[in-house]
Design a binder for this molecule. Sequence first.
Ligand code: ADP
Ligand code: MG
Length: 252
Amino acid sequence: MTGTDAAGARPPVLELQSVHKRFGEQAVLRGIDLVVAPHEVVVLIGASGSGKSTLLKTVNLLEQVDDGRILLSGEDITDPRTNADAVRARIGVVFQHYNLFPHMSVLDNVTLAARQVARTPRAEAEATGLALLTRIGLAEKAGEYPDRLSGGQQQRVAIARAIATDPELLLLDEITSALDPQLVGEVLDLVRELKAAGSTIVMATHEMSFARRVADRVVYMKDGVVVEAGAPEQIFGDPQRAETREFLSRLQ
Ligand code: ADP
Ligand code: MG
Protein backbone atom coordinates (compact mmCIF):
# COMPACT_ATOMS: atom_id res chain seq x y z
CA MET A 1 0.00 0.00 0.00
CA THR A 2 1.62 3.23 -1.10
CA GLY A 3 -1.23 5.59 -0.40
CA THR A 4 -1.17 9.24 0.36
CA ASP A 5 -2.23 10.86 3.60
CA ALA A 6 -5.22 13.12 4.01
CA ALA A 7 -3.25 16.16 2.87
CA GLY A 8 -2.25 14.34 -0.34
CA ALA A 9 1.46 14.29 0.52
CA ARG A 10 3.46 11.09 0.15
CA PRO A 11 4.10 9.41 3.48
CA PRO A 12 7.69 8.76 4.53
CA VAL A 13 9.14 5.70 2.83
CA LEU A 14 10.22 4.44 6.24
CA GLU A 15 9.28 5.34 9.76
CA LEU A 16 10.59 3.70 12.92
CA GLN A 17 8.60 4.56 16.01
CA SER A 18 10.26 3.77 19.33
CA VAL A 19 11.70 0.49 18.11
CA HIS A 20 13.08 -1.82 20.79
CA LYS A 21 14.96 -5.06 20.29
CA ARG A 22 16.65 -7.33 22.80
CA PHE A 23 18.78 -10.39 22.38
CA GLY A 24 18.33 -12.22 25.69
CA GLU A 25 19.47 -9.85 28.42
CA GLN A 26 21.01 -7.38 26.00
CA ALA A 27 18.95 -4.41 24.83
CA VAL A 28 20.32 -3.81 21.33
CA LEU A 29 17.82 -1.21 20.08
CA ARG A 30 16.47 1.02 22.83
CA GLY A 31 13.78 3.22 21.40
CA ILE A 32 14.82 4.11 17.85
CA ASP A 33 12.86 6.85 16.09
CA LEU A 34 13.72 7.46 12.47
CA VAL A 35 11.85 8.93 9.50
CA VAL A 36 13.14 8.53 5.96
CA ALA A 37 11.55 10.69 3.27
CA PRO A 38 11.21 9.70 -0.39
CA HIS A 39 14.58 10.02 -2.21
CA GLU A 40 16.44 10.55 1.04
CA VAL A 41 19.82 8.93 1.73
CA VAL A 42 20.28 8.25 5.43
CA VAL A 43 23.65 6.99 6.60
CA LEU A 44 24.00 5.14 9.92
CA ILE A 45 27.34 5.52 11.65
CA GLY A 46 28.52 4.22 15.00
CA ALA A 47 30.93 1.79 16.59
CA SER A 48 30.71 -1.90 15.91
CA GLY A 49 27.96 -3.35 18.12
CA SER A 50 25.93 -0.13 18.28
CA GLY A 51 22.93 -1.79 16.60
CA LYS A 52 23.15 -0.64 12.97
CA SER A 53 22.78 -4.09 11.40
CA THR A 54 20.02 -5.06 13.81
CA LEU A 55 18.13 -1.90 12.90
CA LEU A 56 18.39 -2.74 9.19
CA LYS A 57 17.32 -6.33 9.86
CA THR A 58 14.20 -5.24 11.73
CA VAL A 59 13.19 -3.18 8.69
CA ASN A 60 13.64 -6.19 6.43
CA LEU A 61 11.76 -8.33 8.98
CA LEU A 62 14.78 -10.57 9.48
CA GLU A 63 14.51 -9.67 13.17
CA GLN A 64 11.25 -9.08 15.00
CA VAL A 65 10.91 -5.94 17.09
CA ASP A 66 9.97 -6.37 20.75
CA ASP A 67 8.25 -3.02 20.97
CA GLY A 68 7.49 -0.08 18.71
CA ARG A 69 6.36 0.03 15.09
CA ILE A 70 7.91 0.18 11.64
CA LEU A 71 5.95 1.74 8.78
CA LEU A 72 6.88 1.17 5.14
CA SER A 73 5.24 3.81 2.96
CA GLY A 74 2.68 4.28 5.71
CA GLU A 75 1.91 0.61 6.23
CA ASP A 76 2.65 -1.00 9.60
CA ILE A 77 4.93 -3.91 8.66
CA THR A 78 5.39 -4.94 12.31
CA ASP A 79 1.73 -5.88 12.48
CA PRO A 80 1.64 -9.65 13.12
CA ARG A 81 -0.64 -10.14 10.12
CA THR A 82 2.02 -8.76 7.77
CA ASN A 83 3.17 -11.01 4.94
CA ALA A 84 6.95 -10.84 5.40
CA ASP A 85 7.73 -12.06 1.87
CA ALA A 86 5.53 -9.36 0.37
CA VAL A 87 7.32 -6.72 2.45
CA ARG A 88 10.77 -8.05 1.52
CA ALA A 89 9.81 -7.90 -2.16
CA ARG A 90 9.44 -4.12 -1.71
CA ILE A 91 12.89 -3.68 -0.15
CA GLY A 92 16.28 -4.18 -1.79
CA VAL A 93 19.07 -5.35 0.50
CA VAL A 94 22.83 -5.68 0.13
CA PHE A 95 25.03 -6.96 2.94
CA GLN A 96 28.74 -6.85 3.63
CA HIS A 97 29.51 -10.23 2.21
CA TYR A 98 28.84 -11.08 -1.34
CA ASN A 99 25.28 -12.19 -1.63
CA LEU A 100 25.40 -13.63 -5.10
CA PHE A 101 24.40 -17.20 -5.84
CA PRO A 102 27.67 -18.83 -6.94
CA HIS A 103 26.04 -21.41 -9.21
CA MET A 104 24.16 -18.82 -11.29
CA SER A 105 25.42 -16.47 -13.97
CA VAL A 106 25.57 -12.78 -13.24
CA LEU A 107 22.49 -12.19 -15.38
CA ASP A 108 20.54 -14.96 -13.65
CA ASN A 109 21.47 -13.49 -10.28
CA VAL A 110 20.15 -10.10 -11.33
CA THR A 111 16.92 -11.43 -12.84
CA LEU A 112 16.05 -14.10 -10.28
CA ALA A 113 13.76 -11.99 -8.10
CA ALA A 114 11.97 -10.50 -11.07
CA ARG A 115 11.35 -13.97 -12.50
CA GLN A 116 10.41 -15.73 -9.26
CA VAL A 117 8.84 -13.06 -7.06
CA ALA A 118 7.42 -10.60 -9.56
CA ARG A 119 6.68 -13.38 -12.10
CA THR A 120 8.11 -11.38 -14.95
CA PRO A 121 8.59 -13.44 -18.15
CA ARG A 122 12.23 -14.47 -18.65
CA ALA A 123 12.79 -12.47 -21.85
CA GLU A 124 11.47 -9.31 -20.24
CA ALA A 125 13.44 -9.90 -17.02
CA GLU A 126 16.61 -10.50 -19.03
CA ALA A 127 16.17 -7.34 -21.08
CA THR A 128 15.75 -5.37 -17.86
CA GLY A 129 18.68 -7.21 -16.28
CA LEU A 130 20.97 -6.49 -19.22
CA ALA A 131 19.98 -2.84 -19.15
CA LEU A 132 20.88 -2.77 -15.46
CA LEU A 133 24.21 -4.48 -16.07
CA THR A 134 24.91 -1.95 -18.82
CA ARG A 135 24.10 0.85 -16.41
CA ILE A 136 26.62 -0.47 -13.87
CA GLY A 137 29.21 -1.10 -16.58
CA LEU A 138 29.17 -4.89 -16.36
CA ALA A 139 27.14 -5.96 -19.38
CA GLU A 140 30.07 -7.97 -20.69
CA LYS A 141 30.00 -10.08 -17.51
CA ALA A 142 26.35 -11.16 -17.92
CA GLY A 143 27.25 -14.77 -18.70
CA GLU A 144 30.05 -15.13 -16.14
CA TYR A 145 29.79 -16.81 -12.78
CA PRO A 146 30.32 -14.56 -9.76
CA ASP A 147 33.71 -16.05 -8.82
CA ARG A 148 35.13 -14.67 -12.07
CA LEU A 149 34.44 -11.12 -10.89
CA SER A 150 36.38 -8.92 -8.51
CA GLY A 151 34.85 -8.20 -5.12
CA GLY A 152 33.90 -4.71 -6.23
CA GLN A 153 32.24 -6.04 -9.35
CA GLN A 154 30.37 -8.63 -7.29
CA GLN A 155 29.03 -5.96 -4.94
CA ARG A 156 27.95 -3.86 -7.93
CA VAL A 157 26.07 -6.90 -9.26
CA ALA A 158 24.54 -7.42 -5.79
CA ILE A 159 23.33 -3.82 -5.90
CA ALA A 160 21.97 -4.32 -9.42
CA ARG A 161 20.12 -7.38 -8.20
CA ALA A 162 18.72 -5.45 -5.23
CA ILE A 163 17.30 -2.71 -7.47
CA ALA A 164 16.13 -5.00 -10.29
CA THR A 165 12.56 -5.12 -9.01
CA ASP A 166 12.48 -1.36 -8.42
CA PRO A 167 12.15 -1.49 -4.61
CA GLU A 168 10.71 1.35 -2.56
CA LEU A 169 13.68 1.26 -0.22
CA LEU A 170 17.27 0.12 -0.40
CA LEU A 171 19.11 -1.13 2.71
CA LEU A 172 22.89 -1.30 2.42
CA ASP A 173 24.85 -2.79 5.32
CA GLU A 174 28.61 -2.19 5.26
CA ILE A 175 28.71 -3.09 1.59
CA THR A 176 32.34 -2.04 1.19
CA SER A 177 33.75 -3.44 4.45
CA ALA A 178 34.99 -6.70 2.94
CA LEU A 179 36.55 -5.06 -0.12
CA ASP A 180 40.17 -4.27 -0.83
CA PRO A 181 40.57 -0.50 -0.49
CA GLN A 182 41.09 0.04 -4.22
CA LEU A 183 37.68 -1.53 -4.95
CA VAL A 184 35.67 0.59 -2.53
CA GLY A 185 35.36 3.60 -4.84
CA GLU A 186 33.56 1.86 -7.69
CA VAL A 187 30.90 0.54 -5.32
CA LEU A 188 30.35 3.86 -3.60
CA ASP A 189 30.21 5.59 -7.00
CA LEU A 190 27.31 3.32 -7.86
CA VAL A 191 25.51 4.24 -4.63
CA ARG A 192 25.98 7.90 -5.53
CA GLU A 193 24.42 7.22 -8.95
CA LEU A 194 21.44 5.53 -7.31
CA LYS A 195 20.95 8.57 -5.15
CA ALA A 196 21.10 10.81 -8.20
CA ALA A 197 18.47 8.60 -9.84
CA GLY A 198 16.15 9.11 -6.87
CA SER A 199 16.54 5.95 -4.78
CA THR A 200 15.62 6.04 -1.11
CA ILE A 201 18.50 4.51 0.82
CA VAL A 202 19.36 3.62 4.41
CA MET A 203 22.99 2.63 4.64
CA ALA A 204 25.35 1.61 7.43
CA THR A 205 28.96 2.42 6.67
CA HIS A 206 32.39 3.13 8.12
CA GLU A 207 33.25 5.26 5.08
CA MET A 208 32.97 8.66 6.74
CA SER A 209 34.15 10.66 3.76
CA PHE A 210 31.45 9.02 1.69
CA ALA A 211 28.82 9.69 4.37
CA ARG A 212 29.90 13.29 4.42
CA ARG A 213 29.60 13.70 0.66
CA VAL A 214 26.53 11.65 -0.13
CA ALA A 215 24.23 11.48 2.91
CA ASP A 216 21.26 13.76 3.21
CA ARG A 217 21.22 12.87 6.87
CA VAL A 218 23.74 11.16 9.13
CA VAL A 219 22.53 9.20 12.15
CA TYR A 220 25.04 8.50 14.89
CA MET A 221 24.11 5.42 16.93
CA LYS A 222 25.61 4.27 20.20
CA ASP A 223 24.49 1.35 22.34
CA GLY A 224 21.15 1.05 20.59
CA VAL A 225 20.08 4.67 20.67
CA VAL A 226 20.30 7.52 18.18
CA VAL A 227 22.63 9.95 19.90
CA GLU A 228 22.50 12.60 17.21
CA ALA A 229 21.13 12.95 13.69
CA GLY A 230 21.50 15.78 11.24
CA ALA A 231 22.94 17.04 8.00
CA PRO A 232 26.47 15.78 7.34
CA GLU A 233 27.85 19.30 7.73
CA GLN A 234 26.43 19.40 11.24
CA ILE A 235 27.40 15.91 12.36
CA PHE A 236 30.93 16.07 10.97
CA GLY A 237 31.51 19.82 11.20
CA ASP A 238 29.69 20.86 14.34
CA PRO A 239 28.51 17.85 16.36
CA GLN A 240 26.32 18.90 19.28
CA ARG A 241 26.83 15.92 21.54
CA ALA A 242 29.98 14.96 23.42
CA GLU A 243 29.55 11.29 22.46
CA THR A 244 29.44 12.20 18.76
CA ARG A 245 32.57 14.33 19.06
CA GLU A 246 34.36 11.56 20.89
CA PHE A 247 33.39 8.92 18.30
CA LEU A 248 34.48 11.09 15.39
CA SER A 249 37.75 12.14 17.03
CA ARG A 250 38.69 8.49 17.55
CA LEU A 251 38.42 7.97 13.77
CA GLN A 252 41.02 10.62 12.92
P1 ADP B 1 26.52 -3.09 14.40
O1 ADP B 1 25.94 -3.48 13.08
O2 ADP B 1 26.34 -1.64 14.72
O3 ADP B 1 27.95 -3.52 14.55
P2 ADP B 1 24.79 -5.15 15.45
O4 ADP B 1 23.40 -4.74 15.22
O5 ADP B 1 25.38 -6.17 14.57
O6 ADP B 1 25.71 -3.85 15.54
O7 ADP B 1 24.91 -5.72 16.92
C1 ADP B 1 24.44 -5.04 18.07
C2 ADP B 1 24.58 -5.94 19.26
O8 ADP B 1 23.66 -7.02 19.15
C3 ADP B 1 25.95 -6.56 19.40
O9 ADP B 1 26.29 -6.60 20.77
C4 ADP B 1 25.75 -7.95 18.85
O10 ADP B 1 26.64 -8.85 19.45
C5 ADP B 1 24.33 -8.25 19.26
N1 ADP B 1 23.66 -9.18 18.33
C6 ADP B 1 23.43 -8.97 17.03
N2 ADP B 1 22.76 -9.99 16.48
C7 ADP B 1 22.56 -10.89 17.47
C8 ADP B 1 21.92 -12.17 17.55
N3 ADP B 1 21.34 -12.73 16.47
N4 ADP B 1 21.91 -12.78 18.75
C9 ADP B 1 22.48 -12.23 19.83
N5 ADP B 1 23.09 -11.03 19.83
C10 ADP B 1 23.14 -10.36 18.67
MG1 MG C 1 26.81 -4.27 11.39
